[in-house]
Design a protein around this ligand. Structure first.
Ligand code: UDX
Length: 462
């Protein structure tokens, strides 16, 4: 174990140790939470793996960073493309990090001179929670997904016991799940390439980590998921804190693993208000060469301005991204392609009028916070649940169903920007944005949630 810089010898406020799962969609909300707790006077130490470590040049002043298991390999566990067994990787990451985490924690406990620390851990890191409890450190769990997702996970074992999941044939895929409206069986298949048993183990551990904690922190807000939060509170038996959207509360928390191309903001400045479609599929999802080609022509043929993020690893099985011949000429002046964008700023830019997303929860919440309606193309995991809520519950977007072909894409873009339905989605999205803005104001529900969370942390048993 290696401790980065030495802890300042100060007593007083409790130290909070935070340990994110080492992926962009989990690091962002954990570091945002760190900023929020630090701003409330708590002392902060971020524990992180060497894999996907936060950039040392952009660390916030005033907190400590500690590498856990500097020589522990993780990259070899992570499947390439979105179709591998990601659940297996998460279970193995736990196994590999447990011992080095125990070493780091013991070292930190020896150094600590103030009140004993507590640990806020990603709900996928149940192994670290077990270690912490063994060493007498109380834990809280951060859920980086929607409340709807946690609720679905809580229901998952009983649905399996009843034989409802996994679906036995494709006719069942469309069946509604009792008590989980609007979810259908297909929304809880999670991935075609993860065996049911592995997914069950992962979900069991996520729910267990929440139930064994001193509190569950969820990056959502009560006006968005009131019913789901209430059901979680009723079923969980531990306090639940809805304190999102975290990125709007912790302004300035810098946690991007890739360099963001900020020139796209200048380009957006030159576009008309509400005219641009932003296209981005998060940090993990990928497509094949054929889908890349169809996406390119779908966007070009829509004749709408677009800003498209193509990560270097976005296209399966290719070292190099090859956009089709003629695409650049066709889209010149109307489209921009970048390898990574300052997404939150892009979504908040007045030129952006729509978001074609994979519905990772951060992307979904970032879009909601800015009142941007969505075209949804979920890939795996919780993304199907998020997309279903966007379409059926909040009615601020729709799922691009069927094959990814250029006509389908072109029609969807037109629907969002030019049809009445798209306009109604935009109006509802703006209403939700207003609610998100209210909840982070002084006295708003998420600010109250943070007050309660800080009180809980200060009152945890020593
Ligand atoms: C993963 C899962 O896929 C997701 O379903 C789960 O809810 C969290 O973990 P990811 O696929 O990366 O995350 O998607 P998402 O949750 O949307 O997180 C991506 C983050 O990267 C967002 O905060 C987004 O702002 C950021 N991003 C994305 C950029 O900063 N620039 C980009 O160009 C694209």
């Amino acid at each position: 174990a290696s401790a980065a810089n030495k802890a300042p010898a100060s007593g007083g406020a409790r130290r909070v140790l935070l340990f994110p799962l080492p992926f962009q969609g989990h690091i962002n909300p954990m570091l945002q939470l760190a900023a929020v707790l630090h701003a409330r006077g708590l002392r902060v130490t971020v524990l992180h793996s060497a894999f996907n470590a936060p950039d040392p040049t952009r660390r916030p002043v005033g907190y400590r960073f500690v590498t856990v298991g500097a020589s522990v390999p993780i990259a070899d566990l992570v499947p390439t493309g979105s179709h591998g067994n990601f659940a297996e990787a998460l279970l193995r990451i736990n196994e590999r990090l447990e011992t080095p985490f125990e070493d780091s924690l013991r070292e930190l406990l020896l150094e600590e001179e103030g009140a004993p620390p507590c640990l806020v851990v990603d709900s996928n890191l149940r192994g670290m929670q077990v270690v912490a409890h063994r060493l007498g450190v109380p834990t809280l769990v951060l859920r980086t997904g929607a409340a709807a997702c946690l609720l679905a996970y809580m229901a998952f074992p009983a649905l399996c016991d009843k034989g409802v999941l996994p679906p036995q044939d494709h006719l069942q895929l469309n069946m509604q799940l009792d008590g989980l409206h609007p979810l259908r069986q297909q929304d809880m298949v999670f991935s075609a390439t993860i065996p049911h048993e592995t997914m069950s183990t992962l979900i069991e551990r996520i729910v267990e980590s929440s139930m064994c904690s001193s509190g569950v922190i969820i990056n959502t807000f009560s006006d968005l998921e009131e019913a789901e939060l209430q059901k979680i509170i009723d079923g969980m038996g531990v306090p639940v804190y809805a304190i999102g959207p975290l990125h709007k509360i912790s302004l300035g928390a810098q946690s991007s693993l890739l360099a963001q191309d900020r020139t796209c903001l200048d380009w957006l400045d030159k576009q008309e208000v509400g005219s641009v479609l932003f296209v981005s599929f998060g940090s993990l999802a990928s497509m094949d060469q054929e889908e890349l080609l169809e996406t390119a022509w779908g966007l070009a043929n829509s004749r709408m301005p677009f800003l498209w993020v193509i990560r270097p690893d976005s296209v399966q099985g290719s070292g190099k991204i090859a956009l089709p011949d003629g695409f650049e000429e066709e889209a010149r002046g109307r489209g921009m392609v970048v390898s990574w964008a300052p997404q939150q700023e892009v979504l908040g830019h007045q030129a952006v009028g729509g978001f074609w997303t994979h519905n990772g929860w951060n992307s979904t919440l970032e879009s909601i916070s800015e009142g941007v309606p969505m075209i949804c193309r979920p890939h795996f995991g919780d993304q199907m649940i998020n997309a279903k809520y966007v379409q059926e519950v909040w009615k601020i977007g729709f799922v691009l169903e069927g094959k990814m072909d250029r006509d389908n894409i072109q029609r969807s873009v037109k629907k969002l920007f030019c049809h009445k339905e798209g306009g109604e989605m935009r109006r509802r999205a703006n209403n939700l944005k207003d609610k998100a803005t209210q909840c982070i104001k002084k006295g708003g529900s998420s600010q109250t949630g943070i007050d309660l969370l800080v009180n809980c942390i200060m009152a945890l048993p020593s």
